[in-house]
Write a protein that binds this ligand. Structure first.
Ligand code: MTE
Length: 320
C-alpha cells in the first residue's frame, strides 16, 4: 500500500487522486458504464481486484481528510471486534463471532427507481484497481464512541452519475441483504428486516461519500459490512448501511430503520452535532475506542467546512 502523507483540506477525488489515475478512472467509468445485466462472476476478474480472504488490495491513492495528529487510525483488532450489526446480534462482539457464517461473494446490487439506466451492478465489474481509493475517515457512532478507519472504496457519486438519475430523484434509498440462514440476528425481530437507510441526493453525490469494499488494505470482513457498504463520515454511524443489495432513486424521503424504530431518538439526517443531544445522553463528547479520555465532538464530525453548505437555512435541532 502506498500512503502519500498529505494534509488534504478537502477530499474532492480530482484533488486527492493523481491526475492520471483520476482521468483513467473517469474514462474507464464513462467507457464501460457500471451497469452490466447480471453478468456471472468470473473468478479471474474477481481475484484481480478483490483479494482472497487474508489477501491485500494493491497500491492506491490515499487521503487523510481533516485529521489532526491525535487522529491515529484505530487498531485493526478494535475495528473488527467492536461492531454494530444487528443482523448478527445485539452485542458489540456478536458480529465478529457470527459473521464468518456469512458468505458475501458473489455479490450484485440492484439499481432502480428514478434513473435512466437501471440495472444490476456486479461488484466484479466495477471494482478495478484504478477506481479504488483509500480514505482515512474519522467515524462517530450515535452511542458516543468513535474510531478512525482507513477505508477502501469508490465514491458513490461515480456510481450515481453512470445510471443518470432523473430530475425527480430527490433521495437515494439503500437496502441491505436478508439471508436468515447466514445472519442469525435476522431470525429475531430485533429490527424490521431489511435494514434501510437513505441520503438526500446532494449528500449521496458529495465527494466524501464513499462505497467501501475494504479497510486497512484488505477486503471488508462480514462484521464491517462485506462486501459493499456506505460510509458517510459527517453522520452518525447508523447511516453507514452494510451489505447493500439495492440502491433506489426515489422522490420522497426514505423511511430509515432507526427512525422507524424510534423517531424521538433517531432522525433521517443524523448529522454529528455536539449541540443536539440524544434524549438519553449528551452528544457533546465522545470516547475514541482504545482511549480512556473523552474528547469534544466536532460539528459534522470535523467535516464542517466541506459539508455545512448543504444544510444552510435548515433547523438542525428539528431536523436531527
Ligand atoms: N447496517 C446494517 N445492515 N445493520 C446494522 O445493524 N448498524 C449501523 C451501521 N450499519 C447496522 C448497519 C450502526 S448503528 C453503526 S454504528 C455502524 O454500522 C457500525 O459500523 P462498524 O461496525 O463497521 O463500525
Amino acid at each position: 500500500m502506498i500512503i502519500r502523507h498529505r494534509k488534504a483540506s478537502d477530499v474532492r477525488s480530482h484533488e486527492i487522486t493523481p491526475e492520471g489515475v483520476y482521468l483513467n478512472r473517469r474514462q474507464f467509468v464513462q467507457s464501460t458504464g457500471l451497469i452490466a445485466g447480471s453478468l456471472a462472476l468470473g473468478d479471474i476478474a474477481r481475484a484481480a481486484v478483490l483479494p482472497e480472504a487474508g489477501g491485500k488490495f494493491g497500491a492506491m491513492p490515499t487521503t487523510h481528510s481533516k485529521l489532526d495528529p491525535t487522529d491515529t487510525p484505530t487498531p485493526f483488532g478494535d475495528i473488527i471486534n467492536y461492531n454494530n450489526y444487528y443482523e448478527f446480534g445485539l452485542d458489540k462482539t456478536d458480529p465478529a463471532k457470527y459473521a464468518p457464517a456469512f458468505k458475501p461473494l458473489p455479490w450484485t446490487v440492484k439499481v432502480d427507481g428514478l434513473c435512466n439506466k437501471p440495472g444490476t451492478l456486479d461488484l466484479a465489474d466495477f471494482l478495478k484497481p484504478h477506481n479504488l481509493e483509500q480514505r482515512i475517515y474519522r467515524m462517530r457512532c450515535v452511542e458516543g464512541w468513535s474510531m478512525v478507519i482507513p477505508w477502501i472504496g469508490i465514491p458513490l457519486a461515480d456510481i450515481i452519475k453512470n445510471v443518470e438519475p432523473q430530475g425527480s430523484a430527490k433521495f437515494v434509498r439503500f437496502e441491505t441483504i436478508v439471508r436468515k440462514e447466514e445472519m442469525r440476528g435476522q431470525r429475531s425481530s430485533s429490527l424490521p428486516w431489511p435494514y434501510i437507510e437513505g441520503l438526500r441526493m446532494d449528500e449521496a453525490m458529495h465527494p466524501l461519500t464513499l462505497m467501501a469494499v475494504g479497510l486497512y488494505g484488505q477486503p471488508l470482513l462480514g462484521q464491517n459490512g462485506a462486501p459493499f457498504r456506505l460510509v458517510v463520515p459527517w453522520k452518525y454511524g447508523f447511516k453507514g448501511v452494510k451489505s447493500i443489495v439495492r440502491i433506489s432513486f426515489v422522490e420522497s424521503q426514505p423511511q430509515n430503520t432507526w427512525k422507524v424504530m424510534n423517531s424521538d431518538e433517531y432522525g433521517f439526517y443524523a448529522n454529528v452535532n455536539p449541540k443536539v443531544d440524544h434524549p438519553r445522553w449528551s452528544q457533546a463528547s465522545e470516547r475514541r475506542i482504545g482511549e480512556l479520555r473523552r474528547r469534544p465532538t466536532l460539528m459534522f464530525n470535523g467535516y464542517e467546512e466541506e459539508v455545512a453548505a448543504m444544510y444552510e437555512g435548515m433547523n438542525l435541532v428539528r431536523l436531527y
